[in-house]
Design a binder for this molecule. Structure first.
Ligand code: C2E
Ligand code: MG
Length: 724
């Protein structure tokens, strides 16, 4: 078009045209300048980060937004490859972004825009990744097919990426954490549970979805979580504590639980998040630790701490109730020698065996403690009398008569025991233990293998009793027991109605002893069973002899203790004696004497019925002072009541005693029982008792207890009439 104009206008026109051309050009340049300035200003001030790369991939321009985003000045970046300049480029999965796949490179190579590529740009200075979405648009010069540059825009998505990361991290934690988690809505309905929750409780998401959180609350709990949660506030928005959780199988387990309240943007409760862990093992370990704190690990016995605690507590009760208690301090004799000779393993075995033997001997309510080394303490609370601990001490000493076998060794040991009593030897735990320990040292000094009370008198008494018991046990084989007989008489006619056998013991050094000095020892030691059988056997034999001789004796009265009746073989013993002696049971009357009938009445009543079924008569001794309740009296098939000496002695002088005796006689008759008075010494007593309606009598007025071959006795029996 310019060439045609040139031809038409000629030279002038050429000049004009040149001028026009120049003017147009400068106008165009101006326009271009203005446009470029506008463009530059736009480029610089736009929020979008923009970078231009040339055809070789080098940065040629970068705007301020991009500079800020990358945190690098443009002179560091311009002229360098984008990823060389300052950044390491990674893909979303964290792997390095290969250069040939980067959007700018692709756009340059393909000539097509590459959009929406997520890249992580590592900033070495800040040491973190910047996440951007990159669009790369190739630009072409007129007529060229290859882009001469590429425009790259970068949009910062770091925040979005971070929150995405946090969410996925929370999800990973929720499902992989070992603690059980369940989330409820504000109404405490379960909306979500994690995998550990199912593993711990057995409940799946399906089992519990939409159900109340109380479903997971065991009945064993004393706390109410709902109450705790109602106390939460904005300042304190979580609660922690021990909670018993329900397991689907109903095997509840203890858990340590944290409940956090989650509020929405308006501050209202939106959710509760319960996080809990099973603490069964921890609790077991804790219990074990608690056990170890108060027990000796070797013998499993209470240690000093627990012993002190128990004694302290018990002494308070004892003080309130006015009861007695005892501390027994045991020390194994020559234990050190065993430890040194056989080694510690054997020593430990011996201590364990000692603990076992002691425990086998004590009452349920007693405390056995390993106090130290080879020292053991037994605490006996509520003891009936001061002699009781001596019995246990004796048994403890005797238990070591049997050798101990440990690891193939036969060990013979002994123990020394010291006893202190509450309240007489001390009012507090320390003093009682200290004094029992002192007594134990005295026992060691006395030659070991024995016991000592802290109080010397009690020791003497206990030893006397012990030596008496020992001698008594030999009385049968040494033929030291002797039976005396005392007649029982009908008060009205003076007729002989029976003879009571009364045992005596010819003690080897102390001479003839009356029953009051040895019957209680025999009862305490259990020897009464053998003694009673001996009496029964000999009394029955004597009766058979008298009957054979034609003496007029109707009844042989034999005293029986409650301890004998408690033996399951008592009836069989009586049958055996009757069988061996050939005595007809109707000649035998058993007099139930002593205490102990009340405690075991049911068992005893059964035995008494069996005896009556054999044809034996029963009488109750010491009626009025003994321990038969009136209620039991109705149920016992007894024939006779024996009124105790004490009433008879004062029946003449004391109106009260006379009234009581009259009442006892009336009571006996009311129950259709015969009544015999004991201890009649004078005719006046006999008359008064007759007036009061008493049926029979026994006492020195007729005869004192005598030997069977006594001539007076035989004469009386032969005539059958006592002319008192
Ligand atoms: P008990 O059965 O009440 O025996 C009567 C006791 O009174 C006898 O004492 C007797 O000697 C005594 N006595 C008899 N007449 C008179 C009297 O006129 N005045 C006084 N003051 N006393 C009189 P003993 O022989 O010392 O027996 C005491 C107790 O020992 C007996 O009391 C009985 O409970 C018990 N006993 C005796 N022999 C045996 C026995 O073989 N086995 C059992 N378990 N206990 C026995
Ligand atoms: Mg009697």
């Amino acid at each position: 078009m310019f060439e045609k104009l040139k031809e038409d206008l000629g030279v002038f026109s050429s000049f004009f045209f040149i001028m026009l051309q120049l003017t147009n050009r400068s106008l165009a340049i101006d326009t271009l300048r203005i446009s470029e300035a506008k463009y530059r200003s736009l480029f610089e001030n736009i929020d979008q980060s923009v970078i231009y790369l040339d055809a070789t991939g080098n940065v040629v321009a970068i705007n301020q937004a991009a500079e800020q985003l990358l945190g690098l000045p443009r002179d560091v970046i311009i002229g360098r490859k984008f990823n060389d300049s300052c950044v390491k480029v990674i893909k979303e999965d964290g792997d390095a972004f290969p250069e040939e796949q980067q959007p700018s490179v692709l756009a340059l190579r393909t000539g097509k825009p590459v959009e929406g590529v997520v890249m992580g740009l590592f900033n070495a200075e800040r040491q973190n990744y910047l996440w951007v979405v990159v669009n790369s648009v190739p630009e072409f010069r007129m007529g060229e097919r290859q882009p001469h540059q590429v425009l790259m825009t970068l949009t910062d998505i770091t925040r979005q990426k971070q929150s995405e990361g946090k969410l996925s991290m929370a999800s990973v934690i929720f499902n992989n954490i070992g603690e059980g988690i369940f989330v409820t809505d504000k109404d405490k309905k379960i909306i979500s549970v994690n995998e550990a929750f199912t593993a711990l409780t057995g409940f799946t998401q399906q089992d519990v979805f939409g159900k109340s959180a109380s479903l997971l609350h065991s009945k064993k709990n004393s706390i109410k979580i709902d109450d705790e949660l109602s106390n939460l506030s904005e300042a304190v928005n979580s609660w922690q504590g021990e909670v018993w959780r329900r397991h689907k199988s109903n095997m509840d387990f203890p858990s340590w639980t944290t409940v956090s309240e989650v509020r929405d943007s308006s501050g209202e409760t939106a959710h509760y998040v319960h996080v809990f862990m099973d603490i069964t093992h921890f609790k077991k370990a804790q219990d074990h630790l608690g056990f170890l704190a108060y027990h000796d690990p070797l013998t499993k016995l209470p240690n000093r701490l627990l012993l002190k605690d128990r004694i302290d507590h018990s002494l308070q009760n004892a003080l309130r109730e006015g009861s007695q208690a005892a501390v027994l301090f045991l020390d194994l004799d020559r234990f050190k020698g065993i430890n040194d000779t056989y080694g510690h393993a054997v020593g430990d075995g011996l201590l364990r065996e000692t603990a076992k033997r002691i425990k086998n001997l004590v009452r349920k309510e007693d405390t056995v403690s390993r106090y130290a080394g080879d020292e053991f303490v037994v605490f006996m609370e509520n003891i009936p009398n001061a002699k009781n601990p001596a019995k246990l001490a004796k048994k403890l000493i005797d238990t070591f008569n049997a050798p101990v076998y440990i690891k193939g060794y036969r060990l013979k040991i002994s123990t020394s025991v010291g006893i202190s009593l509450f309240p007489q030897d001390g009012h507090d735990t320390e003093t009682l233990i200290k004094n029992a320990d002192a007594a134990m040292y005295r026992a060691k000094k006395e030659g070991r293998n024995n016991f000592q009370y802290y109080s010397l008198e009690l020791t003497t008494e206990a030893f006397e009793k012990m030596s008496m018991e020992c001698a008594l046990r030999q009385s049968i084989e040494r033929h030291e027991l002797i039976l005396y007989y005392q007649p029982q008489v009908c008060l009205k006619t003076g007729e002989l109605v029976g003879v009571e056998s009364l045992v005596r013991w010819m003690h080897p050094t102390q001479g003839l002893m009356l029953p009051k000095h040895f019957i209680s020892i025999a009862e305490d030691s259990g020897f009464i069973v053998a003694l009673g059988e001996w009496v029964l056997q000999n009394a029955c034999m004597q009766m058979v002899r008298w009957l054979d001789e034609g003496l007029n004796v109707n009844k042989m009265v034999v005293n029986v203790s409650a301890i004998q009746l408690l033996r399951s073989d008592f009836v069989a013993t009586v049958e055996r004696v009757l069988g061996s002696t050939g005595l007809d049971p109707s000649y035998l009357e058993l007099e139930l004497s002593g205490s102990g009938f009340m405690d075991n009445s049911e068992q005893i009543i059964k035995t008494l019925n069996k005896l009556v079924a054999l044809g034996i008569d029963l009488a109750i001794d010491d009626f009025g002072v003994g321990c038969f309740s009136l209620n039991n009296l109705k149920r016992i098939p007894v024939k006779k009541l024996k009124i105790n000496n004490s009433f008879v002695a004062d029946v003449l002088n004391n109106v009260d005693d006379e009234d009581l005796t009259r009442a006892l006689i009336a009571l006996g008759h009311g129950l259709h029982l015969q009544v015999i008075a004991m201890g009649i010494e004078s005719k006046a007593q006999q008359r008064r008792l007759m007036d009061l309606g008493c049926d029979e009598g026994q006492g020195y007025l007729y005869s004192s207890p005598v030997l069977p071959w006594s001539s007076i006795f035989r004469k009386l029996c032969a005539s059958n009439i006592f002319k008192a």
